[in-house]
Design a protein around this ligand. Structure first.
Ligand SMILES: [Zn+2]
Length: 187
């Protein structure tokens, strides 16, 4: 889990994220969470894209198995359950509002975009609209930061602890810095 300021993004990270998204990754400012194998699972994008478009989703779930797991939970009506939980439990509702404020603070540490004032992601602070966005925030900020994201991850068949990465067609990174048996070739 990584919140701003982020370590530099490597070319290898960008290649993997692009493979995950099926399009060139744009305006990436950091890798906010990684799989056990080191591949990115959450990518952070500039709050204003280089073409000028405001982009509210600061933490974006890029990992294919993770996004599939969240889509499954959405189809299984977990958002309905989460909405009921928010209505029934003031502590959860309060933590969710705090998650919203934390999300905005993280994004605004990169850039303040007036069009996005007060807009976070996933339905925060009072609604549950996208488990992908909420799980991405939970993965980036760590357990306890986003109660609905935590719940989605808890129910998920996917876990960052167990690598289920496909072959991205690029050499995988080892961000822990332990030198693998193959020494890197130049670009
Ligand atoms: Zn992996």
């Amino acid at each position: 889990m990584t919140r701003p300021p982020f370590p530099p993004v490597t070319e290898r990270d960008i290649r993997i994220v692009s493979a995950q998204l099926g399009r060139p990754a744009r305006d990436v400012v950091g890798i906010a969470a990684r799989c056990a194998c080191g591949a990115p699972t959450v990518v952070s994008t500039a709050p204003r894209l280089s073409d000028g478009t405001p982009f509210p989703t600061f933490y974006y779930l890029s990992h294919p198995a993770a996004t599939a797991a969240m889509s499954f939970l959405e189809a299984a009506q977990l958002m309905v359950e989460c909405t009921e939980l928010l209505a029934a439990d003031p502590d959860v509702a309060s933590a969710y509002e705090q998650a919203h404020r934390d999300y905005l603070a993280d994004r605004e540490s990169i850039a303040v975009v007036p069009e996005l004032d007060g807009i976070s992601a996933g339905g925060m602070p009072t609604r549950v609209k996208c488990l992908h966005a909420l799980a991405a925030h939970a993965l980036a900020a760590g357990p306890g930061a986003n109660p609905i994201g935590d719940l989605a991850l808890e129910r998920s068949s996917w876990s960052p602890e167990v690598c289920r990465c496909p072959d991205y067609g690029v050499d995988l990174p080892d961000p822990a810095g332990s030198t693998a048996d193959e020494s890197a070739a130049g670009a």
